[in-house]
Design a protein around this ligand. Sequence first.
Ligand SMILES: C[S@@+](CC[C@H](N)C(=O)[O-])C[C@H]1O[C@@H](n2cnc3c(N)ncnc32)[C@H](O)[C@@H]1O
Length: 371
Amino acid sequence: MTTEDRSRKAHGAATAGMGRKGLYDHHSGAQNQAIQQQEARLRNAVDHLDLARPELRIMDYGCGPGRNSITVFHTILDALRRRDADMPVVAVHNDQIGNDWNELLANVGGPKGYLRDIKHIRVETSVGSFFDPVASPGTVDLGVSFAASHWLAGSVSLASPGSLFFCDLPEPARGEVAAIAARDWTDFLKQRASELKPGGWFVVDGLASVPDPDDPSGLRAAGRGLYRAFGQVADAMAADGRIDRDALETFIFPVYFRQSEEVRAPLEREQDLKDAFEIVELSNELLATPFEGNLGKDDDAEAYAAGYAGFARAFAESTLSAGLFAPSTSDAAAVKDLADDFFKRLQALIAADPKRYPFEHQVVTLVLRKR
Ligand SMILES: C[S@@+](CC[C@H](N)C(=O)[O-])C[C@H]1O[C@@H](n2cnc3c(N)ncnc32)[C@H](O)[C@@H]1O
């Protein structure tokens, strides 16, 4: 482990999980839509798997607390049962220790879960960071990972006055975050290269960026409108003395939305990855979000802003609380008040000028086959 790795681990995870109970399940329609877009790729991967006994191991990396991981497994298991009604399956859900595992398992076994109709299946959890080994070598037949690998391996604290979003950072912070993200992505792929069986498949997506010469950052990064709104709200709260200005000036939201060539780079540069994987597909799509359905309709700015702010809170609250709100108060109970204030202000900002903060749900998908 390098010195930098150690200091990043000491800073803590980039996200401790997707927020308070039930929030993510209610406000992750955008991620669910992205998963539904992956159906054909998941079915194609299953069609190519070697169904040699004794069992097939399928693993969802960064599964979150529930509903969306269930959608993933419904699709995969449906495709599998069309090929083989009796193949024993191990369904593995991976996420960090802070994930709401009770909610996940309630969803797995609940009325909409996949255990009801599918036989010859057992469920496992794998608790740990997917930048580390989270499965035994050579054991995974099909790996999937949705809306998770764009999180960095740890929180990052760098001088970044005026911005908290990777592509808006002043240099040298922008270059440093890009270098960290490149190392994280390489580590992520190397772990999967070790864990997948020969002939196994891996389908991974994440939020993405595409070049945009009209944007000051040079990119159309997914979520740029939202992260710029986060910056505005945080700045206003610092001006009001609610958030510590020093904490804000070094806080970076620990995500990195890769361009396609950044996704591909380690697979062409690193000999062990070149040897391990064949690239089946690398593609980039601009997807819709459910809350955008309200944008443009008369008088629905409030509904749009409420849906958008709910979506943002579900994935961002734990990260903002750890990196911005907790360092701004000595009273642990006040952290939740700061979060309430932040997301109330965010909703009002979006409602006042809805078109100014589009989400732009740009997603990059990579499909790999292990040689
Ligand atoms: C936006 S959620 C996506 C959840 C689900 N895959 C979906 O599509 O709805 C991102 C998930 O990635 C998990 N995650 C982030 N970094 C991780 C890491 N290093 N190891 C394992 N899980 C991680 C988070 O805890 C969170 O549950």
